[in-house]
Design a binder for this molecule. Sequence first.
Ligand code: NAD
Ligand code: DAU
Length: 352
Amino acid sequence: MILVTGSAGFIGSNFVLDWLAQSDEPVINLDALTYAGNLDNLVSLKNDARHIFVHGDIGNFQLVSQLLAEHQPRAVINFAAESHVDRSIHGPEDFIQTNIVGTFHLLEAVRAYYGQLGKEAQNNFRFLHVSTDEVYGSLAKDDPAFAETNRYEPNSPYSASKAASDHLVRAYHHTYGLPVLTTNCSNNYGPYHFPEKLIPLVIHNALGGKPLPIYGDGQQIRDWLYVKDHCSAIRRVLEAGTVGEVYNVGGWNEKANLDVVHTLCAILDELSPRTDGKPYKEQITYVKDRPGHDRRYAIDASKIERELGWKPAETFETGIKKTVKWYLDNQAWVKNVTSGAYQNWVGKQYKA
Ligand code: NAD
Ligand code: DAU
């Protein structure tokens, strides 16, 4: 069995759904159910005995220790985090608490558990930490993409907190011999993506007749990866990654934000045209830029391809179309997650 944290969120829930679609190995799912955690994502597993959901915090040493002792997992995969850059700018404290302090307590519980395992169980055990390309900072237009050897230069409270957690994970390997693996991934998109992030926000606002907010000049570049490709990369790293190593995961899909939004508008024009016959791109609105906005991210994913034989299955063109279709087919999910507290966030972030 494996213990997965943060798996009521976007990537974690995709990971658990994919895992149980391909394997009967049970999953304990530990999630604090913050605004970003949503059990609706996992409703298809409701009566599935292979999925055990536990409502709790990765920073709760006693709870995590008890779960480890009871279920004896062969791996812990840590997705749990505060993940939205804009929220980290409005209020960094939760990011420090979960991403740094929480990861520290989780590591402490795992270290104690690992220490009392027998030799064979120790050999098989892995702690896989899911991190981000943002820890490497921002690239200029012609810089080479981020390799695992790039130095850390985080620029936002979010990326700084993720960088700190990566350093803790690294230290627990070097100092205590904990068998860790770290993945640093580029921007994900796909089903169950919370509509505070660019792609689902634009789909949601477009369909609601609302402005499509572009920060600054819209020429910032992100390297987009379909979430199911990220999940397959994590499974592969867990299966065959070398202990103590870092693997960069990316989609080889660098796109400027404005181009992404134009693509979304064009797909929506085709699949769900506006009733007035006008194109969705008319809703594009330029708004104040994000403070400290990183200009460009790009991942060099050649190490994971060379050493582990992983590469993404989706192109941006195939993945983005699937994503828009998913949102059109799952408007009830969107309605649920955008009621209540979501409105407060939108009011705070996009006020004129
Ligand atoms: P998300 O915000 O959608 O989900 C985070 C989940 O963690 C939620 O279910 C939330 O309830 C849970 N959580 C938060 N604090 C917790 C705590 N203290 N204890 C237990 N659970 C807690 O995030 P996501 O986009 O799915 O990202 C998952 C991981 O992948 C994060 O570590 C993030 O840094 C990393 N990552 C994300 C992306 C991306 O594009 N979304 C890219 C690279 C890396
Ligand atoms: O690179 C990996 C990271 O990708 C992850 O570590 C983060 O958890 C994840 O949130 C994501 O961070 P970004 O800041 O790149 O994603 P976001 O969707 O918030 O923004 C993508 C780009 O779009 C970014 O340049 C900011 C811009 N943007 C975003 C929003 C929400 C806009 O122009 N308008 C918007 O309204």
